[in-house]
Design a protein around this ligand. Structure first.
Ligand SMILES: Nc1ncnc2c1ncn2[C@@H]1O[C@H](COP(=O)(O)OP(=O)(O)O)[C@@H](O)[C@H]1O
Ligand SMILES: [Mg+2]
Length: 266
């Protein structure tokens, strides 16, 4: 169904109680995420990006306002919303196959289905020859592929990624971007992706959301379609187009102004 709203955030605010007192991390966020969208979130450090992701994941409940998936209020984590973190939380004592099979086994899915699905996603992320290895035997990029497969094997309706490529070197990062784009277009999944890299956001997103410094608010949105060209023959044309440059400049201006206003670089 086109334009079907998967996630709806309405007037969501979140206040943490910390030792130093109350921290208003997110203020009156409103966002509808439609099926098939690839949303990239940008904003200065500490502006509440992870807080917003954690609300969608179900790790946190907004202090006021609400977060829904379909018609249901989000009330705790769920396989339907898979989360990929910057540091892949793989079990060091399990090999890659068993790490990926962990979720389906826990859900007690039929054995042959588990085997079929795990092998399918291991292949999709290019780790077929590494399934018997332990995580420590793999590079950072491969561990992140494994972590992606571990989320995909549950066939989530939505994939949430919190700066997943932040710890990778530039070349691995570009390869991972291509893989994530390919998976997104193949599976027709809905993605919510946090990054601090404007070019990464513009090369992946169908919509870029920019947040303000704390208390985090959504200050600007851009619909973009560079992702359809960036891996193809028109890559250079897209990357150096006037439109790309203008949006890039505008986003950087917003973020720099926000950084200056908050006076921090937390
Ligand atoms: N568990 C917590 N307790 C208290 N304050 C927190 C907690 N988590 C985050 N914060 C604060 O909330 C603000 C937003 O944090 P976060 O969502 O992690 O920002 P971002 O992901 O954009 O860097 C920051 O000022 C941070 O210090
Ligand atoms: Mg964060």
């Amino acid at each position: 169904m086109k334009d079907e709203v998967v996630i709806s955030i309405q007037h969501a605010s979140l206040e943490y109680n910390s030792e130093r007192g109350k921290v208003l991390a997110l203020k009156d966020a409103n966002l509808d995420i439609k099926r098939g969208e690839f949303i990239c979130v940008l904003g200065p450090s500490g502006c509440g990006k992870s807080t917003l992701l954690n609300i969608i994941a179900g790790f946190h409940k907004p202090t006021s306002g609400c977060a829904k998936m379909g018609d249901e209020e989000i009330d705790g984590p769920n396989w339907k919303r898979g989360v990929v973190f910057q540091t892949p939380p793989l079990y060091p004592w399990l090999n890659i196959y068993d790490n990926i099979a962990f979720g389906p086994k826990k859900r007690k899915l039929p054995k042959d289905q588990i085997e079929r699905d795990v092998n399918k996603y291991i292949e999709l992320v290019g780790l077929k020859d590494f399934k018997n290895q332990k995580p420590y035997e793999l590079s950072g990029g491969m561990r992140q592929r494994a972590s992606l497969a571990r989320v995909l094997v549950n066939q989530p309706e939505m994939i949430l990624m919190d700066e997943p490529l932040g710890a990778l070197d530039a070349l691995t990062r570009t390869n991972m971007q291509s893989l994530i784009r390919e998976i997104w277009s193949k599976t027709n999944n809905t993605v919510f992706f946090i990054t601090h890299d404007v070019d990464e956001a513009l090369s992946l997103a169908t919509r870029v959301i920019v947040m303000s410094a704390r208390p985090g608010r959504i200050v600007k949105e851009f619909k973009t379609d560079f992702t359809y060209d960036i891996d193809g023959p028109n890559s250079e044309a897209a990357r150096y187009s006037r439109e790309y440059m203008m949006i890039r400049e505008e986003i950087l201006n917003i973020i720099n102004t926000q950084n200056a206003a908050s006076g921090t670089n937390e």
